[in-house]
Every structure is written in structure tokens, then in C-alpha cells.
Write a protein that binds this ligand. Sequence first.
Ligand code: ISJ
Length: 376
Amino acid sequence: MSTLEELREQMDEVDDQIAKLYRERMHLCDEIGAYKVRSGVKVLDRQREREKLQHVTGQMEDEFCKKGVRELFEQLMSMGRKLQYQRLVEAGALGRLPFIGVDSLDAEGARVVFPGTEGAYSQAATEHYFGKNCNSFYVKTFREAMEAIEEGSADFAVLPIENSTAGAVDEMYDLLVEFENYIVGETVIPIQNTLSALPGTKFDEIERVYSKGVALMQASRFLEEHGDWQQISVANTAIAAKKVRDEQDKSQAAVCSAYAAEVHGLEVLADNINDESGNCTRFIVVTNQKIFLKDASKISLCVEHSHESGSLYHMLSHFIYNDLNMTKIESRPIEGRNWEYRFFIDIEGNLADAAVKNAIRGLREEARSLRILGNY
Ligand SMILES: C=C(O[C@@H]1C=C(C(=O)O)C=C[C@H]1O)C(=O)O
């Protein structure tokens, strides 16, 4: 019987052959890639790949080897494609019109819209990003803010995308798909909620609490201690504060910022009522121009892929192969297709980076759809 050393020696010989054949195969892929650059033929040829998989699995005897050789050739072909995308990018064949790189945002005198009303956290985020004296106005909903950008009545919108306690703002993800607007910046501000009501209100007079749904979630422990209060969701924390002021009813209170309470003449009955003391929200800055800052370092993408085993894995392989760091992934249901999802992915990088271009070239060809939501 052979010793372990002898078996390993034989294995090394086989592996050397595999490595040599791999090099030859990639060299051929490269030549085919050069042909594709010249002729404009698409990189991915699904029919050819299907036939190849059938052919190689047909050479295996048992199911175990069939499955293994299929996976091996799927990987080989995927690597071959990535090499070809690289060649296409080097040849400047980038596909759809790229974003335009700018040195800075044209923020001087720009009109900035935020959702809510006077005193909203979105207003605080707007002033944090564009400065206290920026030219801002508010609309009631996220949708109206996106519409204002699309039709040009505002140059930028500042909208919440994610809270550190409650997670993603789902509606914003859906609106980013629906509207042809682009993310050009982001800013994070602390969210410290209070329970506020008309001046002189006593705790035991309160029957109803108004706020934005996520803000009620962020203060869930405090609100559970007052389980008899009815919790009512409205569009915005500052709108809740305004409602309590306008209706002059001491059985009502709002979960809102101290600033919103002050703006709307309410008294803070309890401060810092959030479950998490470090609670903060990330806001995005959106515009209707296809631009990105030249020093931008984060890219947001939206990808849809065929609903089959391994498709997410293949999609993510473009980031791995190009050494791109994925920092976030969210999924949202696709309307009209029950239990199918689109993925929102953030990666580190700039649209001018070769690695980013390679990954995007590959995703664009292999995914059902790809949208670059912004580079900021
Ligand atoms: C190499 C080619 O490009 C791609 C890679 C393939 C492979 O590695 O076998 C097959 C088909 C294409 O999707 C080709 O078109 O032949």
C-alpha cells in the first residue's frame, strides 16, 4: 500500500497539470476576450456554458463527481468571464453612459427639500450637511421630496435611509427604485427622542401618543411601561408635535426631538426615552443629476437577479474577485412577483476605480438589472 507521502506526491503531479491547464484555459479566454472587444460580441454566452456543463458532467460516472465537476466548471467559466470584463473595461467599452465626476456639489444657494415639518430630524440633517443658513423647505412625505427633486423644484433632498436601532427605512429603498434620482452624499445625526405634550400636561392625563412608526419603535421600552397609551403612527415626529399643539388636547403627547417640542411650543415631559442611548439615523442627500464626487468612497447599487439557486452567490462573486468590500446588503420584495427580491448593496470604492468598473461591467451583463444609485 502507498504511504501518505507517496499519495501526496502523485496528487502534486496532478495539481501541477491542473494549474498548467488552468493557465492555458485562461489564456484562451483572454484571446476570446480580445475577439469580443473587436467584434462587440457579449461576454456571457449562456447557451455555450450550458452545453459545456452538460458535456463535462456527461464524462463523470457518479452523481458526486457530476455535481463536483459542474461546480468546478461554473467557477472556471465565471473566472474566464471576469477576465474578459477586465479586457473590455481596459478597452474603454463601459456600456451605458457613465456618471460625471465633479469636484464638489453645487450647494451654494441650492434649494434643499426635507420631509416633515419645521423641527423634523430631516431638517437637523439638512442643516448638518448644508449649513444652518441653507435655502431649505419642507414637504409632507418622502415621496413628495423625491418628486420635488425629479421635477426640479428642489436641487437636493435629505432623506432618512437607516436607523441604528430600527434598521432600514424600507420606503426609501422602494422610492430609490421608483425615481431616477441619485445619492450624492450622506450624513449621520444623533436621534434623541422625548415625550412632549402641551405645557402643564400630567403623565396620567395622557391617553394617546403620536409619532413616526420607527420613532415609536426606538422608544418601545419606555412606551411599554405605559401600556395603556394608544400609539398612533403619523408621517413624521415633528408633524406629531405640531398635531399635539394644534389640537390643544392634554390627552395627547408626541415622541419627538427636544427641538421639535420647542418649535411647536410643547413641554418635554420625559427626555432621552430611546431604548439605545447612541441611537442615530443616516440620511442620504439625493439629486436628479447623474454625478458623483471625485473623492467619493461608497457606492450604492440595486441588483435584480434570476430567481434560482446560487444567483446571489454569483452576483457577489464580482465583488470578491475584484477585491471590493461590501459594507451592506438589504433586500426588498419586487412588486408583482411574490417571494422574489431585489438587493440593495453598498460597496467601498469610486466609480473611477478599475476594480469597480470591472465588477459593474460583469454585473450589468449577468444580472437581470443593475442600477447605480450613487457614489458618495
Ligand atoms: C470563453 C468564452 O466566454 C465565456 C466563458 C466561457 C468559458 O469559460 O467556457 C464560455 C462562454 C462565455 O460565457 C466564450 O465565449 O467561449
